[in-house]
Design a protein around this ligand. Structure first.
Ligand code: GLA
Length: 367
């Protein structure tokens, strides 16, 4: 039966409704305006971050960043090579700029990364004679580095990627045969966490890696973290980089990995999200880009569907996922341009090269 309310009652209800919206906007999640950013749509879920270099903090990109995001990660300038190029030289300027932008604009700041095998300075693994450095000296260098960097950003960086990419990809090996591993052994991982925790006991400390939803690597990461926990190592979370592509990413692998990591009782942060439009290719393709490397409407649609799925899954795991960070701001520039194929442009993000939201963006915020 349809109930007819007198006209004045309808007006009253409408009036009360408007009042409610004005008084309690946060309770009304679908009331987002066209000017709402990702951070606003996801206010009840997790912060949405972006990786930046000092130049992305100027002009139109800066405006987009503060409108859309509420967390920052330094794309490169906090890594060992850029920040500590010589044993007695630290270059803070670029990292400081990012920390300053975060604090002036009220964004969170993630630190990336304290110990990695790539983008390391030349001096690190050599002694004064140019020979491979001894274990004790390398540990001391790791301690000094972490002490200096974590002290500088104490109270500014709330979460650190402490060790990046220590696990091997294939089935054959457990750990990656990096200089850290071959010189120190697996203890370098626990030590890095201990050094960071000693300097900033309030910072949340993450192990960060790629291919984390691949079942083989996933199980190894799970094993390693479980061992670290059993040894009492101060580790608080797992960073899932999330450099995926639209062709091979499956919901099944994503859900299974999140559930498995969550069972460790740690937090998960998605630290480096982007979604390449190309199938993965190992090694650089020597002939460079060709005519097949085009962002077609079909690929755009598939990308939008995959982003929709990814964020549906993330929302389902909102109790364990405490941050989602995109790797680069927009398709104007991504580390995937020219990599691994020279001259090839990629389109992996939610904003196009004019910083306009893509189809994928609207799928991410429509829920
Ligand atoms: C890894 C690192 C990042 C970045 C990307 C490629 O995922 O963790 O810092 O270098 O590779 O840009």
């Amino acid at each position: 039966m349809k109930i007819q309310y007198p006209f004045f009652q309808q007006v009253q209800v409408l009036f009360l409704g408007i009042h409610f919206l004005v008084l309690f906007p946060p309770l009304y999640s679908t009331a987002q305006t066209a000017t709402s950013g990702l951070k606003d749509y996801y206010r009840d879920y997790f912060p949405i971050g972006v990786s930046v270099g000092p130049r992305s903090l100027e002009g139109d990109q800066a405006a987009l960043i503060s409108a859309q995001f509420n967390s920052l990660t330094a794309e490169n300038v906090m890594k060992m090579g850029p920040i500590h190029p010589e044993e007695d030289t630290y270059l803070w300027e670029n990292a400081d700029k990012i920390a300053q932008f975060a604090s002036e604009n009220g964004l969170l700041l993630r630190g990336h990364t304290l110990c990695w095998h790539s983008q390391t300075p030349d001096w690190l693994f050599k002694d004064a004679e140019g020979q491979e450095v001894k274990k004790e000296m390398l540990l001391k260098r790791l301690e000094d580095h972490i002490t200096a960097v974590v002290s500088r950003y104490k109270g500014k960086v709330y979460a650190w990627d402490v060790v990046n990419e220590a696990i091997a990809d294939g089935e054959a090996d457990f750990y990656r045969a990096s200089p850290w591993y071959t010189i120190i052994g697996e203890a370098f991982i626990a030590k890095a966490f201990e050094f960071a925790h000693r300097i900033d006991p309030d910072a949340l400390l993450f192990y960060n890696d790629y291919n984390t939803i691949n079942p083989v690597k996933r199980d190894k990461i799970y094993e390693m973290v479980k061992r670290l926990q059993a040894e009492g190592v101060p580790i608080h979370g797992i960073g899932i980089q999330g450099h995926w592509n639209i062709h091979s990413l499956t919901e099944e692998n994503l859900r299974a990995a999140l559930a498995k990591y969550a069972s460790l009782g740690l937090k998960i942060q998605v630290t480096e999200l982007d979604l390449s439009i190309y199938k993965s290719e190992s090694g650089r393709r020597s002939k460079g880009a060709d005519e097949s490397d085009v962002f077609t409407p079909e690929l755009e649609k598939l990308q939008a569907e995959k982003y929709k799925m990814i964020f549906e899954v993330f929302r389902d795991f909102k109790d364990v996922i405490t941050s989602v960070t995109f790797w680069n701001v927009s398709d104007r520039h991504s580390w995937l341009d020219n990599f691994p194929v020279r001259g090839r442009k990629n389109y992996p993000l939610l904003f196009d090269k004019d910083l306009k939201p893509k189809k994928a963006y609207w799928e991410v915020v429509k829920f």
